[in-house]
Write a protein that binds this ligand. Sequence first.
Ligand SMILES: Cc1ncc(COP(=O)(O)O)c(C=O)c1O
Length: 460
Amino acid sequence: MVDVPPVVLDRTSGTALSVQLADALRSAAAAGTLRPGDRLPSTRELAAALRVSRTVTAAAYDQLLAEGWAAGRRGVGTFVVGAVTASPARSPARPPVARPPAPGRLDLRPGAPCLEVLDRAAWRRAWRAAGDPSPDAGPEPAADPAFARAVTEHLLRHRVLAAGPGDVLATGGTSTAVAEVARLLPPGSRVGVEDPGYQRVVGALRDAGATVVPLPVDRDGLVVDDVPSGLAAVYCTPAHQFPLGRRLSAARRVALVARARAEGWWVLEDDYDGELRYDVAPLPLLGALGPDVVVHLGTTSKTVSPTLGVGWLVAPPELRAAILARRTATGTRPARAGQRVFTALAESGDLARHLRRLRRELAARRAEVLKAVAAGGAQAEGDPAGAHVFVPLPEPVAEESVVAAAAGRGVAVDGLGRHRTAPGPHRPAAGLVVGFAAPARADLARALPVLTGALRDALG
Ligand SMILES: Cc1ncc(COP(=O)(O)O)c(C=O)c1O
C-alpha cells in the first residue's frame, strides 16, 4: 500500500473537501506520485491522516471509482488504474462561483430558474414576435422603448413600484448592472456586501475596482446598525436575503435609507426573486422608500431564463445620466434581443401566466424540500418565497460531510461556505443552501432522499 499522499485541503475554499481530495489524488497520479496498481490507503486511514470525516474520503474514492481512475472492492482495497491524462485544473484561490454539475448529477444548488414550467410554445412565440420590429432600430443605450414600458408595468403590477419608462434603464442582468454602477465610483471605493451573500456580485465589484466590505446579516436581514461608515455603496437583497432567505425588516429598511441619505451611500437593491413570494404580498421596495438613494435592480435570470441576458435598473436621475454617458462613450449597451423577447412575453400575458404557474410550482417543491430536510433531522429556514431554503447546521464539519456525502451519491448541494466573503468564525456557523428550481420535478424526487440520508448521517 502507498503512503498517504501529500494532500493539502483548503477548508476556507468554496470547493467541497471531497472534490479537493479527488482532484489531489488525480494530480498525484498524473504527476507519477501514484502509479497504476498502487493500492490506496483505506478510507478510514486516509480520513484519520487528513483529519477529515470518513464521508469525505469515501466520497472522493467513489468519485474516482466512478470516473475509472481507481478500481477496487470493499475489503480488498482501492487501486490506481491505468495511465492518467490531465486533471481538471482547480486552484484553491478560485472564487467560489457556481460550476455546472457533472453530467448525470442532480443539481440542488441555488441560482438556476425553473425551466420545467416555462411554456415552450409561449417562449417560441415570444422569440418570433421579437423578430417583428425593424432590425435596424439602432443602438439604444438606455432601453428599447417598448421594453421600458413593459418593465414599468411589471414593476407596478408585481412590485408596486411606480416608475415612469424614462426612469428605467435596461441592463444585462444584476451582476452586470452592479459592475456598471461600481465603475462610476472612484477606484478603491468601499462597497458593503451582505456576508453571506451573492458571490457573483462580490466578483463583479472587485473586478470593477471596488473594495468589498463584508456586512453582517441576521434573521432580520442586513444588520444596518453594524454597517461601518465610510462606504460609497451598500449592496443587499432586502426581499429575500441571499442565501439565508429572510426579508429585511421594515424598521431596518427605514434605517438603511436614512443612513444612506445621511452618509451619501448608494443602496443597490438586488430584487432577484421579488416576484416569487408565495404567501403574502412582499414588503414595499427600498426603491419606493428611498428613490433618491436606491438603485433598484431587477433580472429575468430567475423568473424566466438567463438566456435572455436582460434585467433593469431604476435609479435617481444623476446616476442614470452617468451610466448613460459611460455607455455612450464606450459603445456598450444592453442587447435589444432579450429586451424584445421579454416585452413580447409581457405584452401577450404569457409572463403573468408563467409567474402564477411558477409560484405554485415552487411552493409545492419547497414543501417537499422542508419535509425531506425534517426527515433528515434538520430544519429549513427562510420565508415562503423564491427557489431556495437555508438549512442551518451545527458546525462546518457537518456541512462538509453532508455536501460530500450527497456529492458521492450524485447530488450537488451547496454549503454555506460557498457564499461567504470573509474568513470565519461566522454566525450562522454552517449550513446548506438548497435550491429546488433547477431539476425536473421527478429528479427532485430522486435527489431529496439522498439529502435526507446525508443529513441523517451527519447529524447522527
Ligand atoms: C442573489 C442573486 N442575485 C441576482 C441573480 C441574477 O443575476 P444576473 O441577473 O446577473 O443573472 C441571482 C441568480 O442566481 C442571484 O442568486
